[in-house]
Design a protein around this ligand. Structure first.
Ligand code: MN
Length: 297
């Protein structure tokens, strides 16, 4: 099932072809409308999806589909307790980063793999805008895209074995791990507001045949810059989830980004970034130079 968030935080089911969305909010237990911070219903949905699936399907079948082309979507997450992201999880990407620092680095390997945190406040949704941080641009820093397979966690989990790690995953989606390139703390460089575009919706894990065999394509202004596969992750998807769970307890609704392929590069104001992953559809965002005033909460 493809689950989207629309309007002021309502839940929609997207049809298999990715053309329409049907509001199924009445089928969601404990849904709070009008509260932008209300996350409880989403956390319960992530945790209890197997129990709710049939009711959601029935409600969608009885509802009125709206064309997605006319329905703005929000990021398909609600206040995750954390966004964990893999660093150095693709040999070719590790090599290109080493090339930026030193000529001829050592051979990258899975031992370089690490994880870090991105601020949940950096999340934006499909069609939103990535804002270039003025001080980073003034300092001559580049802002790069990193397209990544992202996972939403479906149950509280710690110390998972690799064998059972995927059991803790609720769904998959497309992420952009936007990054100010250069020195300085990684979590700060990747946590500016708008630096975690997520979407366009969550595809439940039962509809993703093999998370370790998905093609990732990234284009800027329609020109393909990256075409890669999750097969090339140094630590595979289950291994990444298991590793995260050995560091911190995973909660339903938490998000894990599994790491970027090689071919990352800078964007400038006016660019449109499009990232797509097999069976997870396409996420696009525009890049802008200044931010609008925050909306009141
Ligand atoms: Mn990344």
């Amino acid at each position: 099932m493809k689950l989207a968030i629309l309007d002021d935080g309502r839940l929609g089911v997207v049809d298999p072809a990715g053309q329409t969305v049907t509001d199924v909010t009445p089928a969601v237990p404990g849904h709070e409308t009008g509260d932008p911070l209300g996350a409880g219903w989403w956390v319960r949905l992530c945790r209890d999806f197997d129990l709710l699936r049939e009711h959601l399907q029935r409600t969608a079948a009885q509802g009125t589909p709206r064309p997605l082309s006319e329905t703005p979507l929000r990021a398909p997450v609600r206040c995750p307790t954390k966004i964990v992201a893999a660093a150095k999880n693709n040999a070719a990407h590790v090599a290109e980063m080493q090339q930026r620092r030193i000529a001829g680095g050592q051979r990258p390997e899975a031992a370089d793999f690490d994880i870090f945190l991105k601020a949940p406040s950096s999340v934006i949704g499909p069609g939103d805008a990535v804002v270039l941080p003025p001080e980073a641009i003034a300092a001559g820093r580049e802002v790069h895209y990193e397209p990544e397979l992202a996972l939403v966690i479906g149950r509280r989990a710690r110390d998972l074995s690799v064998h059972h790690a995927l059991d803790a995953v609720f769904g998959c989606l497309v992420a952009l791990d936007m990054t100010v390139r250069g020195s300085g703390d990684r979590s700060r460089r990747k946590s500016y507001d708008t630096f975690t575009p997520l979407g366009p919706w969550v595809t439940t894990v039962d509809e993703v045949a093999d998370p370790d065999a998905l093609d990732i394509t990234l284009a800027v202004n329609g020109k393909v810059r990256q075409h890669a596969t999750t097969r090339d992750l140094l630590v595979d998807v289950a291994g990444t989830v298991a590793h995260c769970s050995r560091v911190m307890t995973l909660e339903p609704g938490d998000v894990i980004l599994t790491g970027s392929p090689a071919g990352v590069g800078p964007v400038v104001a006016g660019d449109r970034i499009t990232a797509s992953i097999t069976s997870l559809d396409e996420l696009w965002v525009d890049v802008v130079a200044s931010r609008p005033l925050p909306s009141p909460r």
